[in-house]
Design a protein. Structure first.
Length: 260
């Protein structure tokens, strides 16, 4: 009897795997996807019932993967290996997306491109984050730097550290992405002041700050669209107009502020 049951489970597992081979993972229901994942840490038992129980307990597939490690171990049939395997998957997906981002040539030619890129490659965390995205002269992403906020109010970045961050990276353009997870997508006075200082540093180094985009879950604010980048350019030009040595080309990268 046990041998027949084991053979039945093996046949079901093979049918699921064949289905994925033939038609891809999207051909499975969400319960079947979870069932298939569980097979890799629970090799000898039927995982269908456990997959249903987990989704019922946590409401949906994503909540299962984001469950607390200790909490999910309270579910009968979930051991240490299964708990670790499931709860590390979101981080694994993030690593994949970030690595893929470095391979795929993404161009940021306007605020609309920027917002689409950010929402498909990054997540809003509970804390504020600042992302410094470096571009080459064709607006292709060369390097991304991530700075975590110390709290959910603001982000502090040392200007010397910022200069060292972008030195020697062969960048011609910079776009800042700043998350406001718990507030409006609108800059504070500190945001504007810090952006002006970053603009000045970039200009001195021959790099153009093209935009600073603030995002929350539903909305975004572009410094470029609102005219703040042009204003910063005028302030910088007036400040250094006395110096013949200053010859910054603000048009190294073509960036269209009209495409929101």
């Amino acid at each position: 009897m046990k041998k027949d049951l084991k053979h039945k489970h093996a046949g079901h597992r093979q049918r699921l795997k064949n289905k994925v081979r033939m038609n891809g993972l999207k051909s499975l229901s969400i319960h079947e996807v979870l069932e298939l994942l569980l097979m890799y840490t629970i090799p000898q038992k039927d995982t269908n019932a456990l997959a249903h129980e987990l989704i019922d307990r946590y409401s949906n597939f994503s909540n299962v993967l984001e469950a607390d490690y200790l909490d999910i171990m309270n579910v009968s049939g979930v051991g240490e290996e299964t708990a670790l395997f499931l709860t590390m998957l979101p981080d694994l997906f993030d690593l994949y997306k970030k690595d893929k981002q470095e391979i795929v040539e993404i161009r940021l030619n306007c605020p609309r491109d920027c917002v689409q890129y950010f929402r498909s490659h990054h997540e809003l965390h509970s804390k504020e984050y600042l992302y410094v995205v470096g571009l080459n002269s064709m607006n292709k992403i060369v390097k991304t730097f991530e700075i975590e906020g110390v709290n959910d109010v603001n982000i502090k970045i040392g200007l010397k550290d910022f200069a060292q961050m972008i030195t020697g990276k062969m960048l011609t353009g910079i776009i800042l992405f700043h998350t406001h997870p718990n507030g409006k997508a609108y800059p504070s006075e500190d945001d504007v002041d810090t952006t002006q200082k970053i603009f000045d540093i970039c200009s001195i180094m021959g790099v153009t700050l093209l935009d600073h985009i603030i995002l929350n879950e539903e909305d975004y604010y572009s410094f470029g669209c609102e005219g703040l980048i042009d204003e910063m350019q005028r302030k910088y030009s007036n400040l250094y107009s006395f110096s013949k040595k200053q010859n910054v080309n603000f048009q190294q990268n073509k960036y269209d502020y009209t495409k929101k």
